[in-house]
Design a protein around this ligand. Structure first.
Ligand code: NAP
Length: 271
C-alpha cells in the first residue's frame, strides 16, 4: 500500500506540488502518493486529527494556514518558531511536529545560483509568510543590512520590530542596493503584466530574485534581465522546500544532484 502525503490549503488546483513530490518519490524509491487537501474554514484542527488517525505520512501546509496550524502542533522547529509560520508537518507517533522548509528551499536556491549574502545590502518586497522566511534566512547567514519594503509602513513596523521598514517611495530614491527579492504575489499568474517596482529601480541592483515561479519569467525578472541584473525565479526554492520536507518525513538526506535533476525536468515543462 502506498504511503500517503499531501498539502493542506485552500484553492490548490494550480499547485505544482503533486508533480514535484511524485518526481522525488521516484528518485528516493518511496512508494508514495501526494494529495491536495482543500480544507475549509474552521476545519484545520479536524484535518490534523484526521491525518493522525489515518496515519498520513507527512503534510505540507500553505496559504492561508501556515500560521494557524501552529496551534495544532506539539513541537515547532527553531526556524519555524522564529519565522512564525509552518509549512511542513511530521507525525511521530502521537506527536505532531512543525517545520518551515521554505527557509531551507530559499537557501538552496541562493547556493545553486551562487548568490553570496556576506556583507550585502538586501531589499525585500512584501511582509507576508514568504518574506518572513527570507528575512530569517538572511539574518542567519551574515547579511549586512535588511530593508523590508511595505505598502503600509506603519502597520509593518508593528509586525517587524527590529527590522528597517521603508515604503515604495523610499525604495525608488535609493542610490544603489545589491540584492532585491520580490516576496509579493505581484506579477504572478494570471496577473502577469505587472511588476511590483519600476525598471529604473530594478536597474540599481546587482541581483533580482523573484519567489514567483509561475510564470517562469515575471515582468520584474524581465526588467532585471534587460537591465543586466542577475535574475533568479522561485522554482528552485519550490523544489528545494519539497525536497527538505521529504527529508524530514523519510528521515533521509537527498543529494543535491537529485534536486537539480527534478528542477531541470519541471523547468522544461512550465512557461
Ligand atoms: P502573502 O502572505 O499574501 O504576502 C505577500 C505580501 O506582499 C503581503 O504581506 C503584502 O505586504 C505584499 N503584497 C500583497 N499584494 C500585493 C500587491 N498587489 N502589490 C504589492 N505588494 C503586495 O504571500 P506569501 O505567502 O508571503 O507569498 C508571497 C509570494 O511568494 C507569492 O507569490 C508566493 O507564490 C511566493 N512563494 C514562493 C515560494 C517558493 O517556494 N518559490 C514559497 C512561498 C511563497 P505589504 O502589505 O506589507 O505591502
Amino acid at each position: 500500500m502506498k504511503n500517503l502525503y499531501g498539502l493542506l490549503g485552500e484553492k490548490l488546483s494550480h499547485s505544482f506540488s503533486p508533480e514535484i513530490h511524485s518526481e522525488i518519490f521516484k528518485e528516493i524509491g518511496v512508494d508514495g502518493y501526494y494529495h491536495l487537501f482543500n480544507v475549509g474554514n474552521n476545519n484545520l484542527e479536524n484535518a490534523v486529527f484526521g491525518a493522525k488517525a489515518l496515519k498520513i505520512s507527512g503534510l505540507n501546509v500553505t496559504i492561508p494556514y501556515k500560521v494557524e496550524i501552529m496551534k495544532n502542533l506539539d513541537t515547532i522547529s527553531r526556524e519555524a518558531e522564529k519565522i512564525g509560520a509552518v509549512n511542513t508537518i511530521c507525525f511521530d507517533g502521537e506527536k505532531v511536529e512543525g517545520y518551515n522548509t521554505d527557509y531551507y528551499g530559499f537557501g538552496m536556491m541562493l547556493d545553486k545560483f551562487h548568490i553570496n549574502l556576506k556583507n550585502k545590502r538586501a531589499f525585500i518586497l512584501g511582509t507576508g509568510g514568504a518574506a518572513r522566511a527570507v528575512i530569517q534566512y538572511l539574518i542567519d547567514n551574515e547579511i549586512q543590512e535588511i530593508n523590508v519594503v511595505s505598502r503600509n509602513k506603519e502597520n509593518s513596523k508593528q509586525k517587524f520590530k527590529e527590522i528597517k521598514i521603508i515604503d515604495y517611495k523610499e525604495l525608488e530614491n535609493i542610490d544603489r542596493g545589491e540584492i532585491i527579492i520580490n516576496s509579493t504575489p505581484c506579477g504572478m499568474y494570471p496577473n502577469v503584466n505587472i511588476s511590483p517596482i519600476s525598471r529604473s529601480t530594478i536597474s540599481k541592483f546587482k541581483v533580482a530574485v523573484d519567489l514567483i515561479y509561475n510564470p517562469k519569467e515575471t515582468l520584474f525578472l524581465k526588467y532585471a534581465k534587460e537591465e543586466g541584473v542577475k535574475d533568479v525565479n522561485g522554482l528552485y526554492m519550490l523544489i528545494g522546500q519539497a525536497v527538505k520536507s521529504e527529508e524530514l518525513w523519510n528521515n533521509i538526506k537527498i543529494d543535491n544532484r537529485i534536486v537539480d535533476k527534478i528542477y531541470e525536468k519541471i523547468n522544461s515543462k512550465i512557461n
